[in-house]
Design a protein around this ligand. Structure first.
Ligand code: ATP
Length: 405
C-alpha cells in the first residue's frame, strides 16, 4: 500500500514539506527513514496529525548535523537514548533511532539496542501503532505493515503484537484502554483475555509509572468514559483496593471543577477526595504522589474527623494547619453540619488573632520559656470561644493564666 495521496491530503503544507525535506536528507546520507506510531495511525484514520514521529535506521543526531545547510534546523533537545527533537519549517519533529528492546522483568524498563525498522515495529504496543510509512524519495509513502495494523484499523480494534506484551510492560494495559476509549475501538478478543489475565502485573509497576499513565488518561478529551472502561476491565483494583470508581469520579470531578486547583494535579485531588480516609495515605504512597498531595490527604482526614458538635476552639485547633485548598475541596462535598463548621472557620475563626506577643509577656515579668507559648495559646483559645479582647484585656488574661500555673 502507498499513502502518497493521503500524506498530501491530510498533512498541513508545512508538515508535508518538513517531512519531504527530512526524507530527502536522510536518503542522501544513505539511511532509511519512516513515519511511525501515532503519526501514521492518525494519518490513516484521517485524524489531525499533532506529532510527527520519524524513525531512522541510524543515530539521527549525528546525521542532522550533516544536512544540507540550505535547510535551517533548530535542534531543540537530544537524549542519551538516541532520540532528539528538532524544528524545521517551524514544525516540531521527534526523531529516533530504530531500536530493539528486551524486558529483563515484568514492569522493569527495557534494555535497548540499535536495530532495523522491522525490529523497531516489533517492540511496539499495538498493531495500529506498529505501522510505518517510508519517507525516502524512491519509496515515498510506502507502508510497512508487518502486524496487520491496516486490517485492525479497518476492524476498529486494539490488538497486542504477542501474548506476553502486557506482562512485559503493564503500562500497555492503560494505553490499550486509552486508545480504545479515544478512538472508539474495541479491544480485540485475545487481547482482552490477555489483558484481564495480566492485570495482576500492574502491581509490579512503580507509583510514578502508574501516575504518568493516569495523567495521560485524564488529559484525554473523554477521560471520564476511559475511566469507566478502566472500571469495566477492573484495572484499578489491581493497583489499590481503595481506588474510587465511576460514576463517583465524574460526579466529584464536576463538583470540584470550579475550585482553583493547578490543572495537571486536578484529577489527583479528585481521586484523593474520593478515597476512604483509612486508605488515603496508603494509596497516595502507592502512587508516589509526593509531599503536597500527601499533605492534602492528611488535611482531608483531619477535616473529615471533625465532630459535629465541636466547640469553636476545637474547630480552630483541628483546622488551623489545614491548607485552604483542602478546605475548599471538602466544602464542596461535606454534609451540611461539617460545611457550616468549615464556613465558620474560614469566615470568622481564622481571622481572630492576638495583638500581643512574647515580648509583651516578658515585659510584665513572665520569664522566657515554654510557658509564654502556652499562655498565648490559652488567650487565643479563650478569644475564639468567648469573643475578641482588646490589648489591655489580653495582658490581664496573661497575668491571670500565669498566676494560675
Ligand atoms: P498519542 O501521542 O496520540 O497518544 P502515540 O501513538 O504518538 O499516541 P506515544 O506515547 O507518543 O503515543 O508513543 C509513540 C509510539 O511509541 C506509539 O505509537 C507506540 O508505537 C510506541 N510506544 C509508546 N509507548 C509504548 C509502550 N509502552 N510499549 C510499546 N510501544 C510503545
Amino acid at each position: 500500500m502507498n499513502i502518497e495521496n493521503l500524506l498530501e491530503k491530510t498533512l498541513t503544507k508545512p508538515q508535508y514539506e518538513a517531512i519531504k525535506i527530512l526524507g530527502g536528507q536522510f536518503h542522501k546520507k544513505g539511511t532509511r527513514a519512516f513515519l511511525v506510531g501515532g503519526t501514521i495511525r492518525d494519518l490513516l484514520l484521517e485524524r489531525e496529525v499533532s506529532d510527527i514521529d520519524i524513525i531512522v535506521e541510524a543515530d539521527p543526531w549525528n546525521l542532522i548535523h550533516k544536512f544540507d545547510p540550505k535547510y535551517p534546523l533548530d535542534m531543540i533537545s537530544n537524549s542519551q537514548f538516541n532520540t532528539c527533537k528538532i524544528k524545521i519549517l517551524d514544525q516540531a519533529v521527534d526523531l529516533a533511532m530504530a531500536r530493539k528492546e528486551i524486558y529483563p522483568a515484568s514492569g522493569a524498563l527495557p534494555v535497548v539496542t540499535s536495530a532495523s525498522i522491522e525490529d523497531d515495529l516489533g517492540r511496539r504496543d499495538f498493531s495500529i501503532n506498529a505501522l510505518a510509512a517510508c519517507i525516502n524519495p524512491p519509496n515515498w509513502g510506502e507502508v510497512l505493515d508487518l502486524y496487520r495494523g491496516l486490517e485492525d484499523l479497518q476492524l476498529k480494534h486494539v490488538r497486542i503484537l504477542h501474548a506476553g506484551s502486557f506482562k512485559d510492560d503493564p503500562t500497555r494495559i492503560f494505553r490499550c484502554i486509552r486508545y480504545s476509549g479515544r478512538l472508539g475501538f474495541s479491544v480485540e478478543g485475545d487481547t482482552k483475555t490477555q489483558l484481564l489475565n495480566d492485570s495482576t502485573y500492574l502491581a509490579q509497576l512503580s507509583g510514578v509509572r502508574i501516575t504518568n499513565e493516569l495523567a495521560k488518561v485524564f488529559s484525554e478529551k473523554n477521560a471520564n468514559s476511559i475511566f469507566d472502561l478502566m472500571d469495566q476491565f477492573k484495572v484499578l483494583g489491581h493497583i489499590h483496593s481503595g481506588f474510587p470508581k465511576e460514576p463517583e469520579f465524574s460526579e466529584r470531578k464536576s463538583l470540584l471543577e470550579n475550585i482553583r486547583i493547578p490543572t495537571p494535579e486536578f484529577v489527583f485531588y479528585v481521586l484523593i477526595s474520593l478515597i476512604e480516609p483509612n486508605q488515603r495515605l496508603d494509596l497516595i504512597k502507592r502512587l508516589d504522589l509526593g509531599n503536597k498531595l500527601s499533605k492534602f490527604g492528611t488535611d482531608l482526614n483531619r477535616i473529615e474527623r471533625l465532630e459535629v458538635n465541636s466547640s469553636r476552639s476545637e474547630i480552630f485547633k483541628q483546622l488551623t494547619e489545614v491548607s485552604e485548598i483542602a478546605i475548599s475541596v471538602a466544602e464542596s462535598y461535606a454534609p451540611r453540619e461539617l460545611r457550616s463548621s468549615l464556613e465558620l472557620f474560614v469566615n470568622e475563626l481564622k481571622t481572630i488573632s492576638l495583638c500581643i506577643g512574647g515580648e509583651d509577656l516578658m515585659a510584665i515579668g513572665i520569664p522566657q520559656g515554654p510557658k509564654i507559648g502556652d499562655i498565648l495559646s490559652k488567650i487565643l483559645t479563650y478569644m475564639i470561644d468567648s469573643g475578641p479582647q482588646p490589648k489591655s484585656g489580653q495582658i490581664r488574661m496573661a497575668k491571670k493564666f500565669f498566676s494560675d500555673f
